[in-house]
Design a protein around this ligand. Structure first.
Ligand code: GLN
Ligand code: ZN
Length: 752
């Protein structure tokens, strides 16, 4: 009997081998053969690990050279025109991901509510959809040589279309009839591989309040796919939320299995009724594929018992809640820490799946050593003093004032008097180029190669340079440049109590890019000021105003692995309180403008509509709590780096920042129209040029942008700034671009 399955496994490699291989290949340091060899070794290692640790349904085609959506684009031959003429398969593939000569890369966006990015398919009428199953076939064959007969993973047709974009406003679902034959062909082809081939088709789009059209397409698609061949056992999988609506359709179709997430989709329990007495296996996602804590076996077994009330034991397969792609590789690579014993990464989750299945399917519940050991660990964690900080708990309890004083107009008039800024003020978003010397300086200090004095001297020199530079360019509100920060979350996390930083817990963000999210394990406390010293130093070097620079509570939360013994909004509140103290200290030190970045505000949005109001409420509350200590005269800025405000504009308004700077350069004045429509009163700094590209915008170009903005908002409501921080740019680019930006504003003002 086969009883265990994982939805997918991380491909980046234990030591980020894939990242390194990709970078070496791109820079022509290794040949394609060497590159492919490394990739094969990674796949092999993953398969053997799963096999040796009790996984019955081992995954294949979860590997990718860049991204699985991009693989699906290739599988369907949905190659955008501008890449079709590239003969070399690898150049074409990486060209789509990263751009090829004059052809810009395809767009990339976040995969549901994760920090993983996929390539967005671009559909057009001229496409010749046809099957390219070469990747799947070759990976499957590689596995069979190792005597592993894996389950094959693919992204399903409706999710693929649902995440695609089209050119002329047509619905991507108009392509349904054109891509379905390709999927059918694939199933036919797979049926020749063996008497029994398991095909996991991911239809995660169904966790997002599906409409009737999508549900109807689901019925059509899986009726078709499931009747192509008896050899191919189709599993339809969803994750990150419940999919009750889809389950009600799938329950009546001749599919082999259905994968449901019971960790993030509590409501899936209710869907089980629909599956009662059906000849469909249940792939029960019970082990958390999104967070890094050890599993609580008692809890899982109790969920399993509930499942078992409706579904017979031999129909239940134990699984991860989603692909383990979103977790680091293994805790084996981490040095000792106080919390290590409570951590479980991908490799450990695999073992947990096996153990749960052993216990559940063998019925020897109470006498099991494993359970007792797990129970002890969970209990220990529950009462551990390193998680609790009475001082913080008490402080939070006593908080009554969660809003700043004064309404916007009141604040505005005080600020205008105090700040004395010109019309259409100019500023930047915070960071300046992170040079190699700067990175080395921080690294050397961390490794104690240089002394604190040497380190601080280096930082000061950089700040000096930034201040002088900005004075020369003549922007109105200066920044210190963020030289002391490696990362906008890590920097604060390292200064706050309750955060843990891993050494090697990398997670793929996209392609070769990995992130190492901090772990918030305990109550968050600020022991001392975190930024005051540097802002004060920078301010001492100029008569112009220097902006304080903080990362907001919601962003810190959304870019971390968060403790699972407290609701997320409580954790956000603790961070907000720490930040409010920082703001108070900055203010006392004379800082007149403070920016609180909420770059990841949007990432935390729930997938189900019904949960959005709640998220918005606490996210806004905690932002406001963070800035609650700001006096009326202290100007609060916030920054958000995306350009889709349609559905969140009301919430942005509620945050009530005095100034919001946003990413805008590629969107004309469309976004401003959205702000206008709701009657947005506070000030807005729409980015005037794209900082992601090395291209220098001309004065005329920027001027043109500003004129567009002024069609929507009066001069007095506008700030001018780049799209985002400048840390990834080179100094010479920044110099020219900012110069042009300031000149453009001058031209507008003098109407030349
Ligand atoms: N202040 C940060 C910076 O300039 C903001 C970065 C961001 O929004 N991602 O780097
Ligand atoms: Zn940004």
């Amino acid at each position: 009997m086969k009883r265990t399955l994982i939805t997918g496994f991380p491909r980046i490699g234990e030591k980020r081998e894939l990242k390194k291989a990709l970078e070496s290949y791109w820079s022509k340091k290794i040949s394609i053969e060497e590159f492919e060899k490394i990739c094969y070794e990674l796949r092999k290692k993953n398969w053997l690990y799963q096999r040796d640790n009790g996984i019955d349904f081992i995954s294949c085609n979860d590997f990718s050279l860049y991204d699985n959506m991009l693989d699906t684009i290739v599988m369907l031959n949905a190659i955008p025109k501008r890449f079709r003429k590239i003969d070399n398969k690898y150049e074409q593939y990486f060209g789509m991901a990263r751009g090829y000569k004059e052809s810009p890369a395809m767009e990339m966006t976040k995969w549901f509510n994760t920090n993983y990015h996929y390539i967005v398919p671009e559909l057009s009428k001229d496409m010749d959809f046809k099957l390219d199953s070469s990747k799947i076939m070759s990976e499957y064959n590689e596995a069979t040589i190792l005597e592993i007969y894996p389950k094959i993973n693919i992204i399903g047709p409706i999710t693929f279309l649902g995440l695609s974009k089209t050119h002329n406003g047509e619905s991507s679902f108009e392509y349904f009839d054109r891509i379905m034959p390709v999927y059918e062909n694939l199933v036919r082809k797979l049926s020749e591989l063996d008497k029994e081939v398991h095909l996991q088709i991911e239809e995660s789009i169904f966790v997002k309040n599906p409409d009737d059209q999508k549900l109807e397409l689901l019925r059509i698609a899986y009726n078709k796919l499931a009747s192509v061949s008896d050899n191919v056992k189709i599993i339809v999988t969803t994750y990150f939320e419940h999919s009750v609506e889809a389950t009600s359709i799938l329950a009546d179709l001749p599919i082999w299995g259905i994968g449901l997430d019971f960790v993030y989709g509590n409501k899936n329990i209710e869907a089980l009724e629909l599956l009662k007495d059906k000849d469909i296996k249940l792939i029960a996602g019970l082990i958390d594929g999104r967070n890094i804590w050890i599993n609580d076996f008692r809890k899982t077994l109790s969920t399993l018992n509930k499942i078992n009330n409706q579904i017979e034991k031999d129909r239940i397969i134990i699984s991860s809640s989603c692909s383990l792609l979103h977790l680091p590789y293994s805790i084996e690579n981490e040095p000792y820490s106080k919390i290590k014993k409570w951590l479980s990464f991908s490799c450990e989750k695999v073992k947990e799946i096996y153990l749960i299945s052993q216990i559940f399917h063998s019925d020897k519940l109470s006498e099991n050593d494993i359970i007792l050991k797990n129970e002890k660990l969970i209990k220990e964690k529950g009462i551990s003093t390193i998680l609790k900080n009475e001082k913080v708990i008490k402080k939070i309890k006593n908080i009554t004032n969660i809003k700043r004083e004064g309404n916007y107009l009141e604040r505005l008039s005080i600020q205008e008097n105090m700040l004395d800024l010109p019309e259409i003020p100019t500023t930047t978003i915070g960071s300046f180029p992170q040079t190699k010397e700067l990175r080395n300086l921080r690294k050397d200090y961390k490794k104690s190669i240089i002394s604190k004095e040497e380190y601080e001297d280096g930082i000061k020199k950089y700040i000096d340079y930034c201040i002088k530079f900005q004075e020369e360019v003549n922007v109105n509100v200066l920044v210190h440049g963020e030289p002391e920060r490696n990362d906008m979350v890590e920097y604060f996390g390292e200064m706050l109590e309750g955060f843990h930083f891993t050494k090697r817990a990398w997670v793929q963000s996209y392609g070769s890019r990995c992130v190492k999210p901090p772990i918030i394990f305990g109550d968050v406390d600020r022991l001392k000021p975190m930024t005051v010293k540097w802002i004060k130093y920078a301010q001492s070097k100029t008569n112009k105003i220097v902006k304080g620079m903080l990362t907001g509570p919601v962003t810190i939360l959304n870019w971390s692995f968060v403790r699972n013994d407290k609701p997320r909004h409580d954790v956000a509140k603790q961070i907000a309180v720490a930040l409010s103290d920082e703001i108070n200290d900055l203010q006392l030190a004379g800082t007149k403008i403070i920016q609180v970045d909420e770059a990841a505000f949007k990432e935390g949005y729930p997938l189900r509509k019904e949960n959005i109001t709640d998220y918005e409420k606490w996210a806004v509350e905690n932002f406001k709590l963070a800035v609650s200590t700001a006096e009326k005269g202290t100007q609060i800025h916030t920054h958000m780096c995306y350009s889709d405000f349609n559905d969140i504009i009301k919430t942005i308004e509620k945050m009530d920042a005095d100034v919001i700077t946003i990413e805008n350069a590629r969107s004309g004045n469309e976004i401003l129209k959205i702000f206008k429509e709701v009657g947005y009163k506070n000030k807005i700094g729409p980015g005037v040029y794209d900082i992601h590209s090395p291209r220098i915008p001309s004065i005329e170009e920027i001027e043109e942008q500003i004129r567009l903005y002024l069609e929507i908002f009066p001069k007095k409501q506008i700030w001018i700034n780049p799209d985002c921080g400048l840390k990834t740019r080179k100094w010479h680019e920044v110099q020219k671009a900012l110069n042009n930006m300031v000149k453009a504003v001058e031209k507008i003002k003098t109407n030349r």
